[in-house]
Design a protein around this ligand. Structure first.
Ligand SMILES: Nc1ncnc2c1ncn2[C@@H]1O[C@H](COP(=O)(O)OP(=O)(O)OP(=O)(O)O)[C@@H](O)[C@H]1O
Ligand SMILES: [Mg+2]
Length: 209
């Protein structure tokens, strides 16, 4: 099981959006381009937004399994972990021991950058990350190029020694898809051309061991 944790203790950073779309991508493409394994989504947030999304998912779309406990047998495949706001300390350390990759979504606002700075420092001190057992990467969320906010995000991330995989634009495609239990990869291809392009670096990074 290849496990990917989506984490940022700042509320509204885009964790659930990233988790559900990642699960949607893996489900749609795993069979064809990747390892052909099952895809699982585990919602660690008490608000259960990701589970709610999964419960809305049309049955004819590529299957995403729901996972509720570490003890459940899952076999080979991909596990996406959506985490709650406020995740840190021992809970974070425990999770990091069990995942191969962490993606940190960041929204380019002053408040988000300040909160994320602390989280990135906390991550850097974690044993599994210091030892290189867990890789961490950053994804800019709701970033519109040529805005002041995008500039500020770039400046914030410049000295950070972590890969910044991509920026995902602010678009109703994510909002519309979420209402229907879909990912952007389940929408009409012509509508999401730009978004699919923006996702490619995430996919490339996941496939790197
Ligand atoms: N790229 C995007 N374009 C448009 N809207 C987005 C995008 N990414 C996230 N959103 C919206 O931003 C809001 C917050 O996103 P989301 O719920 O994924 O954050 P979260 O980190 O899971 O929040 P919480 O900390 O409450 O769990 C949601 O309304 C979501 O639809
Ligand atoms: Mg969430």
């Amino acid at each position: 099981m290849k496990t990917i944790l989506i984490a940022n203790p700042k509320g509204g950073a885009g964790k659930t959006t990233l988790s559900t779309n990642l699960a949607g991508y893996l489900a749609a493409h795993a069979a064809r381009q990747m390892r052909g394994d099952d895809v699982y989504l585990w919602d660690l947030d008490r608000q259960k937004s990701a589970l709610h999304w999964l419960s809305q998912r049309p049955a004819q779309l590529p299957l995403i399994h729901r996972l509720d406990s570490a003890k459940e047998k899952t076999g080979n495949g991909w596990l996406v972990l959506d985490s709650p706001a406020g995740l840190h300390g021992e809970k974070l350390s425990d999770l990091l021991r069990r995942v191969e990759k962490v993606i940190v979504p960041i929204v380019p606002s002053s408040f988000d950058l300040a909160a994320t700075r602390q989280f990135l420092n906390e991550l850097a001190d974690e044993k599994s990350i210091r030892k290189g057992k867990t890789s961490v990467a950053i994804v800019g969320m709701r970033v519109d190029a040529r805005t002041r906010a995008a500039e500020k995000l770039d400046a914030f991330l410049a000295p950070v020694e972590l890969p910044v995989l991509t920026h995902l634009r602010d678009t109703q495609n994510y909002v519309t898809a979420a209402f229907e239990g879909k990912s952007i990869f389940d929408l009409a291809p012509s509508v999401v051309v730009q978004d699919v392009e923006q996702w490619q670096p995430i996919i490339d990074w996941l496939n790197r061991d």
